[in-house]
Write a protein that binds this ligand. Sequence first.
Ligand SMILES: Nc1ncnc2c1ncn2[C@@H]1O[C@H](COP(=O)(O)OP(=O)(O)O)[C@@H](O)[C@H]1O
Ligand SMILES: [Mg+2]
Length: 370
Amino acid sequence: MKLRNPDALDFSYIPRKMFFRERQVSTLQANIITPLRMGITSNLALFGSSGTGKTSTVRFILREEKGFTGIYENALSYSSLRALMTDVLSRVGKIVQKNLGFPEIFRSLDRTLRAKQANLLLIVDEATNLLKFDRAGLYNILRAHELYGCPMSTVIISMEDPSMYMTERERKSLGVFSTVLFDRYTRDELSRIVEDRAALAMSPEDIDPSVIEYICDLAEPFGSARVAIELLQKATYMCLYRNGESISLEDARGARSMISPYVTESKLAELDGDELTVLLAICRSLRDDPSTGISDVISEIGSVCEETGTESIEPGKVYRIIRRLENTGLIEGKIVGKGDRKGVGKMLGVNDIPVSVLEEKVTEILRRKM
Ligand SMILES: Nc1ncnc2c1ncn2[C@@H]1O[C@H](COP(=O)(O)OP(=O)(O)O)[C@@H](O)[C@H]1O
Ligand SMILES: [Mg+2]
């Protein structure tokens, strides 16, 4: 396997199209971009949990839209909004000695912008802390036009709705600004996003659709495109590292274990011989499938017991052991429909660690126990 475009697997990659963000993109265009081109300033707050596309949506807008000067700042790099604005000033070409107050900063910014005949769009990303602790700075920035005549619109980005931390009075003093929610992605939305990235980064034969499905299963509880794309990236590198032909489920499981390392050893140490036997049978049934049914596991137990020369385990006990293994978190059970009128069944999977690694460890412990 050879990557066509590794950049597409990176977080900082700005997609050609922001899927499922039409509403957010058009709110930005209607409330901020179009008015700003005509010299009308306004402010907007974007909020939503991690990986919901806030940063890439504003980056996308800055790339696609023309007719103003756009500056992106990450608030985490600054101790105050005043320090952040000093950097903005230097980025429009005005190098200043430190410690200017807001009036000097904005007057200087205003002169520079007018000389260039440009209106400014300032993006303040990851602003949660500054929003909470720098009210004076926020007031100056959101009212820059009224207070200093400076033609600047601001978009602030945070995880939560900023008006949550504000009293009614503060909201009034900061002026009305609209907020736009970035909601978590659904399972289907995540698969569309991951499919698109995979299609850009590699050839179709490099990744099986079942791997993409599996990655989306893992990312779904977070609703996060970031988690999904990180899993895709790590799985790809695991495959390249082992010189694999195509990305396997094992690579994706490995990617997950890199994202959330799990204490498997200590859990294994507590299992008895029968429990280890059942776990080994589950691992073997999972070699080529993302999940397995209990009947497959039971027949696999037969062959494990034959190999180890131990007595087979009766089905009632197998069910009890499986429940116990689920409680330890070593395996995960999911109830699924078996299709037309065949009722429901339980499917088992291992997510935290590559199955081959788990299988090796369990085999090793079982051997020591014999
Ligand atoms: N709607 C989308 N369409 C395509 N890619 C997306 C979308 N939303 C997020 N992504 C991708 O997911 C990753 C995380 O998105 P990001 O914008 O950094 O999220 P946030 O800033 O909300 O934490 C990025 O690689 C981004 O390109
Ligand atoms: Mg972000």
